[in-house]
Design a protein around this ligand. Sequence first.
Ligand SMILES: [Fe+2]
Ligand SMILES: [Fe+2]
Length: 327
Amino acid sequence: MEFIKNIDVGDTITDFFAVRWIELRNYEGKAYIAIGLGCSKGRINATYWGEDASELSSLLNDGDVVKVQGIGTEYKNQRWLKIERMRKSKPDEIDYEKLLPRGRYSPKILWRRFLKIIDSISDKYLAELLHNLFVADDNIAKKFSIYPAAKLWHGAYIGGLCEHTIRVEKICETAASFYPDCRKELLITGALVHDIGKVEELSIRGFFDYNVRGRLIGHIVLGASIVEHEIAKIEGFPKNLSTELIHLIVSHHGKFEQGSPVEPKNLEAMILHHADMLDAQAEGIQHIIQRDIQRGEKFSEYIKILGRFIYLDGYRAEKHDDNTDEK
Ligand SMILES: [Fe+2]
Ligand SMILES: [Fe+2]
């Protein structure tokens, strides 16, 4: 993430920030806090020299949200914030939409679109399952509508999980129309629930991070267990339908080495896997274009997850007629 650009030297700001990291340091016998702060606009490093530095540092941890009053300053050519006052924020003061990176669409609009897709399902068991998961269960709904799709790669912003899921569903819907044997409602339901385990895999505090269950179990197994648990509560839910739906969840990463315990073994699972992969990679490249286009280089930085550089010049309007190496 970028540094917060709109804090200039001498600017006084009062705002809420997430604590990215915090250290109690000592300079010539005086304790002070060095702290990394973040919000939806970026990050900035800061120091606090107050008399209560030592006490305050023991109350704060990574991921906490703090209210800060400080002055923009510069140190070794880097923008810095000198904190004058700082306190831990109260839970009802925290607005995650201001603290976390934002995507192209409002999470509320995305959530409405998501609920509309649920309404389109006519199979009574699948419709009831989706309703129970995303409408009746407030806990899942709240998290699903604001969580990111991932911590760093694609959709790493508020509402990213819902946006990714909608795009995967749209790709699946189109693909379903090409193949006569495709059971569209099974596929659409699979698309809607394929990443539901992310609501248990990731934690949202001042920033997104994988939690212990996420690291030890992962969203595929967590998702399968959330859905199986809900299916068990629906009287008469057909066994085969349940097994195939769970298959769609557990096989959606496509390969053992990519975290799926089984490979796709029916038409719907195959489509879902490719739709998921297509969206993750295309959205990932879209993110790289936006992130790196201002650097003025022909190619992006090396993208480890894709094992390649991404060509950027084609996305610069003024470069369309000029992509030779000499110029
Ligand atoms: Fe996934
Ligand atoms: Fe996914």
